[in-house]
Write a protein of this length. Structure first.
Length: 202
């Protein structure tokens, strides 16, 4: 028998109708990027390739977090105004609940640090905390690193010392991740792999 909160009729499958033209907020970020690139061209007229590639990379890196935020807002169903205030089913007990609040996590990604506002739920039935947006984005509970960046740092951490991994990550991508963070994620992945291998052999 279904709980009371589950008796509401099944909602239709949600589809995002993306705009035909660029949203104003995304266009504004692209204009900022274009202006910065033009400034590089003017400032370094007849500059060497080494100079131009360094300056362009710095400008593009600075723009990536805001561009990723704009794409995330456009592509994530539960951030769209028409869907954002719907009740959501608790992943623990299935009872539907309304958003308790809107929270703005900061996550470090391979594009840099991003911040986005999303609805946060506390189940009225079992008290479980959850975010449908975090689930869609494959963010771990209270996760501060994206899945993509985590794979980067684990790969580096498994290949060299954690200090070297931190240095080369910043040198090649401009991303600052501490030696301790790299150690923690790399060792946890190693422990997970060891447990999986033991279970497979039993």
């Amino acid at each position: 028998m279904k709980a009371a909160g589950q008796l509401s009729c099944r909602r239709p499958r949600r589809k995002i109708l993306l705009p035909e033209s660029l949203p104003d907020t995304m266009l504004a970020q692209l204009e900022i990027l274009g202006t910065a690139l033009l400034a590089v061209a003017k400032q370094h007229r007849d500059g060497s390739l080494a100079t131009l590639e360094t300056e362009v990379l710095e400008v593009v890196r600075a723009s990536l977090p805001r561009l990723l935020e704009e794409v995330l807002k456009c592509s994530t169903s539960d951030l769209q105004p028409v869907f954002a205030h719907w009740q959501q089913s608790c992943p623990n007990c299935g009872v539907r609940s309304e958003a308790q609040s809107w929270r703005s996590p900061t996550v470090t990604t391979i594009c840099g640090k991003i911040t986005f506002e999303r609805p946060y739920f506390v189940c009225d039935h079992c008290g479980h905390n959850f975010s449908t947006v975090d689930r869609t984005l494959a963010l771990a509970a209270r996760g501060r690193l994206s899945e993509g960046l985590e794979e980067w740092i684990i790969g580096l951490g498994a290949s060299m010392s954690f200090a070297e991994a931190s240095y080369w990550l910043e040198e090649l991508s401009g991303l600052k991740v501490s030696e301790e963070t790299i150690r923690r994620h790399t060792e946890r992945r190693g422990e997970e792999m060891e447990v999986a291998q033991q279970e497979a052999s039993e």
